[in-house]
Ligand binder design. Structure first.
Ligand SMILES: Nc1nc2c(ncn2[C@@H]2O[C@H](COP(=O)(O)OP(=O)(O)OP(=O)(O)O)[C@@H](O)[C@H]2O)c(=O)[nH]1
Length: 240
């Protein structure tokens, strides 16, 4: 391949401006050079530049995969929508740069207080989401409350000797095992609970009531790609 014939200037300047260390073209093989550019572009397009968390686009893809897993795996998953309370006041009182620092610090706190298997994303200005796979209805309030408390107990240092108390409101909804829900619906349900938490006074957690769902063995079999005979076996096991 002749690299001279590829229009790489725009890519290079984009990556350099974003602070990526692009390898010296002469110092590596062509494949390694192109791979480094592709890796940089992938990272740039999937992360939020302020916090380093996943951005909205990538997070939606994570949720699609999570719903696939929930539909096949028989485990609940929790989606938390997390929003900084009265954030406009922070900007208005201390300026946009301090507001940005608050967003960065809250992002770090959220990342710190969840399990490695959970995914934290910044999906809008001062709104975050957390996807928690394999999270039972009884565990969901524990996780959500841990997130709320972690932020409330971590004042943001925005200048030497100056700290700001920050709180978040959290709304949560569970994805039900053996059901292939839609991402838009899951997000909407978590958001509805978030707005309830805001309405009820902020710095609190509201979770959607768990929806009981009847799923037949045949439907489970279809989700797993099994034939009717396998489903029948499963039906017997379920009723044993
Ligand atoms: N510093 C900073 N501010 C942002 C950013 N994105 C959005 N904002 C600001 O975040 C503020 C959000 O304000 P609102 O949606 O009114 O919500 P709020 O003040 O947090 O109030 P509640 O959510 O009702 O508790 C707006 O003033 C936006 O301009 C960002 O990246 N950095």
């Amino acid at each position: 391949m002749n690299l001279e014939r590829l229009r790489l200037d725009a890519v290079l300047s984009l990556l350099q401006r974003a602070g990526y260390a692009v390898p010296d073209r002469e110092g590596v093989t062509q494949e390694a050079y192109i791979q480094a550019l592709l890796d940089g572009l992938c990272e740039l397009s999937s992360t939020d530049s302020l916090t380093g968390l996943l951005n909205r686009r990538s997070f939606l893809w994570t949720l699609e995969q999570e719903l696939d897993r929930v539909a096949r795996g028989g485990e609940y998953a929790l989606l938390l929508a997390v929003d900084i309370d009265h954030f406009k006041r922070v900007n208005d009182t201390h300026g946009h740069a301090v507001g940005d620092e608050v967003i960065r610090m809250v992002a770090q706190t959220l990342q710190r207080c969840v399990r490695p298997m959970d995914t934290v994303a910044r999906i809008g200005g001062e709104e975050f989401c957390i996807a928690c796979p394999n999270c039972s209805p009884s565990y969901a309030p524990v996780v959500a409350e841990r997130v709320r408390r972690a932020v409330a107990e971590t004042p943001v240092a925005w200048a030497p000797g100056q700290t700001l108390a920050v709180t978040v409101s959290c709304g949560g909804a569970l994805a039900t095992p053996w059901i292939r829900g839609m991402v838009s619906d899951w997000l909407e349900r978590a958001d509805r609970q978030l707005y309830r938490a805001k309405r009820e006074g902020r710095n609190r957690v509201c979770l959607e009531a768990v929806q009981a769902a009847e799923v037949s063995a045949e439907e489970k079999g279809l989700l797993l790609g099994w034939g009717p005979a396998d489903s029948l076996m499963m039906d017997k096991r379920d009723h044993a």
